[in-house]
Design a protein around this ligand. Structure first.
Ligand code: PEP
Ligand code: MN
Length: 344
């Protein structure tokens, strides 16, 4: 349920409601808006009417409304305005500016990650990506450089003043990965790894949650809810294509999901055209489509030498192709009333 406080409600009244919610065995989630505070109360659906009645009588409370959707904190019922997730002093995802994340699938060598970082930064990417722990289909394929990869990614990000994002595969690695990265990525294969979701819910750093290979939008939002319910509200969603009968693309980019998510959730949405396409030549049109559909940003794989990439080479853009794509994305951003500032 949502407890809507009156405009100008006193802090002691807000604190009292938070305590009451806790006393009933519910979890309070206050959201401090510009005009008023609303407090989400999440707990047993069966006993909620009793608590709703009690809270409605309290001083400072304007009204108490049930949340109908199964995802509570992720839903637009609790928060209408888009969440803007702060990544660094100058970068936020979910604001007017489109944010492009770019970099190789995997961190491979110092030279590779530095070269890519320099190129994507010059083309206008704001955040550097690179996997250090790779969820490969085959156990015999490159599994990532581990902590060495995290260190190289961090050094390259720092060298070119870019925040970094990297995937965390296991619960026991969350603390280590958090110590190196600005954003934690939960990969498609782990979207329903609820232990891992709870673990990243306990930290405060932003988490980008990728949609599972065969998961519905509802399941996707329920997974986001796992992170939010632990108190980490810095969640970014990523549509990266789903499995369908179609085999011409690696996955089917669900553009419809971008539209649905914009209605259903206040969380920002990133589109990953690279893992949807599976082929570099299809990345640009899918990127443009994702942006036109309302995404707040894109994540694109770039590699200086795709033929020698240790993972996902076929879908990696060469730096000059990426730079050309950025130019065309800027026009789409402008046509959508968004901004995508590019370096001179
Ligand atoms: C990746 O971003 O490199 C990745 C493994 O993506 P996904 O989890 O979407 O397959
Ligand atoms: Mn990849």
């Amino acid at each position: 349920m949502i407890v809507v406080m009156k405009a100008g409600a006193l802090q002691i009244q807000i604190d009292h409601i938070i305590r009451e919610i806790e006393n009933f065995g519910y979890q309070p989630h206050p959201i401090f808006g510009v005009e008023r505070t609303v407090i989400g109360a999440i707990g047993d659906e069966k006993t909620k009417w009793h608590l709703m009645d009690a809270l409605a009588q309290e001083p400072g409370v304007e009204q108490v409304i049930p949340i109908v959707k199964p995802y509570k904190l992720a839903s637009t019922e609790i928060k209408k305005e888009k969440s803007c997730i702060k990544i660094s002093e100058s970068i936020a995802i979910g604001g007017n500016e489109i944010v492009v994340i770019a970099g190789p699938c995997s961190v491979e060598t110092r030279e590779q990650i530095f070269h890519t970082a320099e190129a994507v930064k010059k083309a206008g990417a704001k955040i550097l990506r690179g996997g250090a722990y790779k969820p490969r289909t085959s156990p015999y394929e490159f599994q990532g450089l581990g902590e060495t990869g995290l260190k190289l990614l961090r050094e390259a990000g720092d060298a070119f003043a870019m925040p970094v994002i990297t995937e965390v595969l296991r619960e026991q690695d969350v603390a280590l990965v958090t110590s190196y990265t600005d954003i934690l990525q939960i990969g498609a294969r782990n979207m329903q790894n609820y232990g891992l979701l709870k673990e990243v819910g306990k930290i405060k750093k932003p988490v980008m949650l990728k949609r599972g290979l065969a998961n519905t939008i509802k399941e996707f939002l329920m997974s986001a809810e796992y992170i939010l319910s632990q108190g980490n509200y810095n969640v970014i969603l990523c549509e990266r294509g789903i499995r369908t009968f179609e085999t011409a693309t690696r996955n089917t980019l669900d553009i419809g999901a971008v539209a649905v998510l914009s209605y259903e959730t206040h969380l920002p949405i990133i589109v990953d055209p690279s893992h949807a396409a599976g082929k570099w030549s299809l990345v640009a049109p899918l990127a443009r489509g994702g942006l036109a559909a309302g995404a707040d940003g894109l994540m694109i794989e770039v590699h200086p030498n795709p033929h020698e990439a240790l993972s996902d080479g076929p879908q990696a853009l060469l730096p000059d192709k990426f730079a050309a794509l950025m130019q065309s994305l800027q026009k789409i951003a402008q046509a959508s009333g968004r901004a995508l500032p590019l370096p001179e």
